[in-house]
Design a protein around this ligand. Structure first.
Ligand code: FE2
Ligand code: FE2
Length: 147
């Protein structure tokens, strides 16, 4: 596995979860459960991805700017999540914001895959691509099982 494949797998999980979240009904266990899963997944991924993908990319002039941009988007996504948690879970504002979050998230994932991965591929060695994947996957497992 390379770091790109590992990240892409988790992006797929996020795409699936956000699609399910926006299809949920107001006051349902399904919404609560899917939202909890998505939040945990987003938080774990942002943390592990920053540590084992963006930190190394920030050390290189070629990828520094893209890395900073992506990390800034993590903060933006996090703000969406926080706003949503301030709304009534069964209300229309919550669902509307979930749909906006979906748009932002899909944009972020697509940008990472189509713009960041190609340049990162040029600066990371083959060894780094696999060792970062191992570290990333282990870190994700740790973070997913927290709390
Ligand atoms: Fe990201
Ligand atoms: Fe990502």
């Amino acid at each position: 596995m390379t770091i790109f494949e590992s990240i892409r797998d988790d992006h797929e999980t996020q795409r699936t979860l956000i699609d399910l979240v926006v299809q949920t009904e107001g006051d349902s266990d399904g919404r609560d459960d899917l939202w909890a899963r998505l939040k945990r997944e987003l938080e774990a991924h942002a943390g592990a991805e920053e540590r084992y993908f963006y930190v190394p990319l920030m050390e290189n002039d070629t990828t520094q700017e893209a890395a900073r941009h992506s990390v800034a988007e993590h903060k933006e996504l996090d703000d969406f999540v926080e706003r949503m948690d301030g709304y009534e879970r069964s209300g229309s504002q919550w669902l509307q914001t979930a749909k906006e979050l979906r748009e932002r998230l899909l944009h972020h994932l697509a940008e990472e895959e189509s713009e960041v991965f190609p340049v990162a591929g040029q600066i990371l060695s083959d060894d780094a691509k696999t060792s970062l994947a191992d570290d990333y996957v282990a870190d994700m497992e740790r973070r997913r099982s927290d709390d």
